[in-house]
Design a protein around this ligand. Structure first.
Ligand code: AMP
Ligand code: ZN
Length: 114
């Protein structure tokens, strides 16, 4: 756990969040600045700054389980479709340096993304 990391503090229960899913390896919360009618973040419990660090450190089953949670939450939010996004780095639009999977649903998504 990284005391300076907002998502580590949410995982530890030190900062409040609306939790919508939990597993051994990850939690899911509602994004506080939603970009779609349903905007959920799947946050691995382990602190890894980026997707690259996460897949380098975690077992494949652990990574798979986080994406399983994302797909289940996306389908539950809208069986007609949803979008999963991971931003990495400055040019990827990452603002919180603890890996997380965005699950956006509840409106038609556009392509290419911004
Ligand atoms: P990213 O830009 O991909 O790093 O995404 C970070 C996301 O975390 C943004 O969509 C923020 O709205 C969201 N976020 C940041 N702090 C919190 C928080 N305390 N609770 C819920 N969502 C948060
Ligand atoms: Zn963290």
């Amino acid at each position: 756990m990284n005391q300076q990391c907002i998502f580590c503090r949410i995982v530890a229960g030190e900062v409040p969040a609306e939790i919508v899913g939990q597993s051994d390896g990850a939690i899911a919360i509602r994004d506080r600045n939603p970009q779609a009618p349903s905007h959920i973040l799947v946050i691995p419990r382990r602190h890894a700054a980026t997707l690259a660090e996460y897949v380098g450190q975690a077992k494949p089953e652990e990574v798979g389980s986080a994406f399983s949670m994302a797909s289940k939450l996306g389908r539950d939010a809208n069986p007609a479709g949803y979008r999963v996004v991971v931003n990495e780095g400055r040019d990827g639009g990452q603002t919180v340096d603890h890996v997380h999977i965005h699950v956006l649903a509840g409106r038609p998504m556009h392509w290419p993304p911004g």
